[in-house]
Design a protein around this ligand. Sequence first.
Ligand SMILES: Cc1cc2nc3c(=O)[nH]c(=O)nc-3n(C[C@H](O)[C@H](O)[C@H](O)COP(=O)(O)O)c2cc1C
Length: 333
Amino acid sequence: MKSVKIGDIKIENPICLSPMAGFSSLPFRIICNGMGAGYCPTELVSARSIRYNGIGKSLRYMRISPEEEKITAIQLFGSEPEDFEAAIDTIMATPVLNEVTIIDINMGCPVPKVVKTGSGSALMEDPKKASDIVKACKKAVSGLSRNVPVTVKTRTGFDAADKGKPDFAKALADAGCDMICVHGRTRPQMYHGESSNEAIALMREAVREYDIPFFANGDICDIDSARKIIEQTGCDGIMIGRAARGNPWIFEQITAGLAGSEVQKYPDADERKHMLLRELEGRLKYLPEDVAVREFRSVMPFYLKGLDGAAALKVKLCSATKTEEVKEILDLA
Ligand SMILES: Cc1cc2nc3c(=O)[nH]c(=O)nc-3n(C[C@H](O)[C@H](O)[C@H](O)COP(=O)(O)O)c2cc1C
């Protein structure tokens, strides 16, 4: 894919990691960046919580490493423009976080706990509020000495009958949003059923006249599905979520496949185990060992899927509490 510009920021390879709560940890994002992902946003973080409680507890979800990631993006969710403005002010007053490249707004989360508060996908039902949030974010970054683009990630609808929300996409663009990414499912679909490239395309067309890049997301799991979503939606970039879990090599493979270059084979067991260990070692840089090992347990099954003896390995790894134990179990000691 051709490079794109989000605001002033050049994304060399617009094949990016889609934010995933519980998976978009800093170590995983660094790994995906190393595999060629254009950039990798953090998972969603509550703007309201940052406003009222400061960065404190939220840091574990929004830790960035400008040195190792180069382009960083923090994703915020919320329902009140003032919460976003205050959260961005706090982020920009916090060392390291204040180097963030992009602020992304979540307008797609389907989880009832989030939707009930008027956040996430609920904003699709309130284009005025959604626009005000974009404007509030743009205002918050306007006083900075550098350009910080504001992007939105959303879905193709709030109701099951929705087949794309072109007017909503237009409202976001009119409000000054610097990039829109659309996941081709409606809120009630959560992560089930098929992602609709047709519905994404409708939203893409609606904002074609605006000079902002448009990203598509949903069900990209290999070179063919990547090619299909690009052809069918006319998007400028793609985001890959679930298929990247335990498989950061997907960025390398899809990048090569789309460029017509030779595609590396899927990594063997040893390489996968080493990568899994990197996820743990990355966490040890900023988490106590017991917490790092606990977090590592939820990503571990994705790396071991399909390996000989995976079931037994998983059972053993679930009872490990120390890095050394993990290494021994993986035969990497
Ligand atoms: C476990 C999980 C957590 C997710 N968390 C977020 C999130 O924090 N922010 C967000 O915008 N989307 C989130 N998503 C949605 C994904 O970014 C993506 O839009 C969706 O999974 C469809 O893409 P895929 O088919 O490539 O997985 C999450 C999805 C999953 C499965």
